[in-house]
Design a protein around this ligand. Structure first.
Ligand code: AMP
Ligand code: MG
Length: 319
């Protein structure tokens, strides 16, 4: 990355402006996390409800510790093992970060991203940045600079760091004293977390539909969703779905399992990491095709990031 582009971005951020930046998970819409007005612009541009808190991106453990009122041993262990990386920690906060970032709640979410451009930006800025996914609220996350431009046009500067390597959002873990709970499944798996600390598995909240108090907005049922109606199918329906394509139904099919070629079939990698990396780009492509519906095969494999992938697919097809 051109150091001049980073410098220019820092100038924009210091003035309270917004800059989209690449991370290893998805592209973030960056703003000075200590500037309430700058953060308000992020909510406005995304159309994000004010009760959905933002993740604060930090350069390292020290910067994270400056934002919290407790840094339990579990936080230290997890941060040492997984930072920089796709793990977000939710902790009791102090008053360094304005209320708007945390949706007025008593906790703050912190993460140290693992991407050379994100790190260079955080280093040069010298202070934490909010960085929700750089797309309209509820829509499909951006994993390329083109996706960001498609959402926001020229309204934000985009630092182009190429396609995001991991492709889906960070794992969010809440830490309360010795207790740690997964609030949102993500790239870091429960098995990986459990090697380092006693972390409770993710429990999807049934019927979380955005009404009433939001325990964690990642739990919103419909999220990461294309605008085209989206439905899921399983491996027993491969033949039937492919037949519908061949009879000319205006569909786009996303599948890692159908072993055939068709212009309206987006074939996905069969390995979990590859699938995650390409998932949102596939959803963007499918959405842009102007079909009547998108049909996505729900992978049934266990382990790795498959459960996080299923979580995103179910949300894409919810509602
Ligand atoms: P996004 O940046 O769009 O990936 O969304 C950030 C997600 O982080 C939210 O949807 C929540 O799931 C989670 N999050 C951020 N801040 C908090 C917090 N203070 N407490 C609980 N979850 C949070
Ligand atoms: Mg998002």
């Amino acid at each position: 990355m051109d150091p001049q582009a980073i410098e220019q971005a820092v100038t924009v951020l210091r003035r309270g402006g917004l800059v989209a930046f690449p991370t290893e998970t998805v592209y973030g819409l960056g703003a000075d996390a200590t500037n309430a007005e700058a953060v308000a612009r992020v909510f406005e541009l995304k159309g994000r409800p004010g009760n959905n808190p933002l993740i604060v991106h930090v350069a390292g453990i020290e910067q994270a510790m400056a934002l919290v009122s407790q840094w339990p041993a579990t936080a230290e262990k997890l941060a040492r093992r997984f930072w920089p990386g796709p793990l977000t920690l939710v902790l009791p906060r102090n008053d360094v970060i304005p209320d708007i970032v945390c949706a007025g709640g008593p906790t703050v979410a912190v993460r140290c991203p693992d991407h050379p451009v994100a790190r260079a930006l955080l280093e040069a800025f010298g202070s934490p940045l909010v960085g929700p996914s750089a797309n309209k609220s509820g829509g499909v996350s951006s994993t390329t600079a083109e996706h960001v431009r498609a959402s926001f046009g020229d309204r934000v500067q985009v630092l182009d760091g190429g396609p995001s390597e991991r492709g889906i959002e960070s794992t969010v873990v809440r830490i309360e004293g010795a207790r740690a709970t997964i609030l949102r499944p993500g790239v870091v798996t429960h098995e990986q977390l459990a090697e380092v600390a006693d972390v409770e598995a993710y429990e999807p909240v049934q019927g979380a539909d955005g009404a009433g108090p939001m325990p964690s907005p990642g739990m919103l049922k419909k999220h990461y969703a294309p605008t085209t109606p989206t439905r899921l199918f399983d491996r027993t329906q491969r033949r039937a779905v492919f037949d519908r394509l061949e009879t000319g139904d205006k569909l786009v099919v996303i599948s890692h399992g159908i072993d055939a070629d068709h212009p309206a079939l987006i074939r996905m990698p069969r390995d979990a990491d590859g699938y995650a990396r390409e998932l949102y780009a596939a959803m963007h492509r499918a959405d842009d095709a102007g079909a009547d519906a998108i049909l996505i095969e729900l992978p049934d494999a266990e382990g790795q990031v498959w459960s996080a992938i299923r979580d995103r697919l179910r949300r894409a097809a919810a509602g």
